[in-house]
Design a protein around this ligand. Structure first.
Ligand SMILES: *[C@@H]1O[C@H](CO)[C@@H](O)[C@H](O)[C@H]1NC(C)=O
Ligand SMILES: *[C@@H]1O[C@H](CO)[C@@H](O)[C@H](O)[C@H]1NC(C)=O
Length: 451
């Protein structure tokens, strides 16, 4: 009904109305000057003040614009969904002992494929454009960084299930759980939609419940998740930041809830463990291992927690041929050395790892190891593979979808973080999470191995 009347209105609009955004295209947000309507079959959805996006479907999740007031009604809706789908086979209650990536095809995120296809179409150099299209075939993780994006997961699981049925191959869907209240407590660029002071923990639990309800409907599709990038690492090193100190208890409760609930539907989980230049410093290794172990044990040692994810959205080499000069003083100057140093310190959390190499193709490009924002000269890195060269590492993965911006370089933006204005950060960067075409093109040009 709604769709039909919307189309009828469109039909009588004057011709000067600008083009509609494609599915997954941007359709609004502070500073946005492009189209503010979406092609049929998708709805412009406010993800935050800076970014509205055309998400598939007809306003199914419009209630998410005001999460705190809708918690009660959505949780009721979801418990009835769960009841009606309980005929589906229950997921296995114990995890397999081996590498969960082995024997599975990785589902390609239609979200990233759409971004990359649109980006390729905007490249005039035909060689560069065809290299860009190759990137659409490389699996990345889907970031569920706003509750409004959760319904996409249902679509992907359904698609993965039908691919599985038609191909006879088993499929695996990769997601990032990333919506903690007071998210990104030590930086400014990726602040989340929930605040601890405004019902944040309950909103987060509702976000997790929605994800769990969807996954429960597709027990035959395997799901692998990275849990909350940066959050636990911030609790290891950044408790001097008031926002982190204030978030400590809530982060622990929320992450515990997430891993316990995702465990009930058989999601293989890797907790985020920062990177070599963060928790890999010798003084941070033991405190980090203790935090991971104690959180895991207190959560009841959920059997689907497989280990840790490192280098998410960062630029470190898995194996550096020579130490980057910025790593001076840290014997763990690459991800493999970090993992080998951390693994023996874990006493209860399983010591299995995945390592993001999506933007690690070029090394020795930073002025300081802590520089993380749209680093100039970065290139796409080693392609995802289970051929990792280390029995500790289940898979090399691409967690960060290369081309999505780390943070704005606009000094007037409330979400401006000084890291995004450094000399080794790419200038003219849009808001975090939005598409950064110029950056995508340098990732292609500097890819190693080359595209
Ligand atoms: C957070 O901790 C890291 C690692 O010790 C440090 O480099 C960074 O400056 C800290 N951030 C803030 C905002 O204090
Ligand atoms: C920078 O941010 C300010 C404040 O949000 C905004 O008014 C301005 O248009 C932005 N400038 C650019 C170039 O996006």
């Amino acid at each position: 009904m709604l769709k039909i009347s919307a189309l009828a209105v469109l039909a009588v609009l004057p011709a000067f109305v600008q083009a509609q955004s494609a599915v997954y295209g941007q359709c609004g947000g502070i500073g946005w000057t492009g189209a503010t309507t979406c092609v049929s079959g998708s709805t412009c959805t406010v993800l935050n003040a800076y970014y509205s996006q055309c998400l598939p479907g007809s306003a199914a999740s419009s209630s998410t614009a005001a999460p705190s007031s809708t918690t009660a009604s959505t949780s009721t809706a979801h418990s009835s969904t769960a009841a009606s789908t309980s005929t589906a086979a229950a997921p296995s209650s114990t995890a397999i002992a081996g590498n969960p990536f082995e024997g599975y095809e990785i589902f390609l995120s239609p979200y990233y494929a759409a971004e990359v296809t649109a980006a390729a179409a905007a490249i005039t150099d035909s060689t560069m454009a065809s290299k860009a299209l190759e990137v659409a075939q490389i699996p990345t993780f889907t970031w569920l960084d706003a509750v409004a994006k959760v319904p996409n997961l249902g679509t992907y699981l359904a698609e993965a299930q039908s691919l599985q049925a038609s191909s006879g191959q088993k499929y695996l869907v990769q997601i990032v759980i990333y919506d903690l209240p007071d998210r990104d407590c030590a930086a400014l660029a990726s602040n989340g939609e929930f605040s601890i002071a405004d019902n944040g923990l309950a909103n987060y639990e509702n976000y997790i419940d929605q994800i769990v309800d969807l996954i429960a409907q597709y027990p035959n599709v395997r799901v692998v998740a990275v849990i909350e990038p940066d959050s636990l690492a911030n609790l290891v090193t950044n408790l001097s930041v008031p926002k982190c100190a204030n978030a400590e208890t809530t982060y622990k409760e929320a992450v515990t809830y997430a891993i316990q609930q995702l465990n009930t539907v058989g999601v293989y989980m890797y907790l985020d463990a920062g990177h070599a230049g963060w928790l890999g410093w010798p003084a941070n290794l033991s405190p980090a291992a203790q935090l991971f172990d104690s959180l895991y044990t207190a959560a009841g040692s959920p059997s689907f927690v497989r280990g840790l994810a490192t280098d998410v959205a960062n630029y470190n080499a898995l194996v550096a041929s020579t130490p980057d000069p910025i790593t001076a003083g840290n014997p763990n100057y690459d991800e493999l050395l970090y993992i080998q140093a951390l693994a023996p310190l874990l006493t209860s959390l399983p010591a299995h790892f995945i390592v993001d190499q999506g933007r690690s193709g070029k090394q020795d490009i930073r002025n300081a190891w802590g520089d993380w924002c749209n680093v100039l000269g970065a290139g796409f890195g080693t392609r995802p593979t289970t051929d990792t060269g280390s029995s500790l590492i289940d898979s090399i993965v691409w967690v960060k979808p290369g081309g999505e911006c780390d943070g704005t370089s606009n000094t007037s933006s409330p979400r401006y973080d000084a890291h995004c204005g450094l000399p080794d950060a790419t200038p003219n960067a849009p808001e975090a999470g939005t598409w950064f075409q110029a950056y995508f093109q340098t990732l292609i040009a500097d890819a190693n191995p080359a595209l």
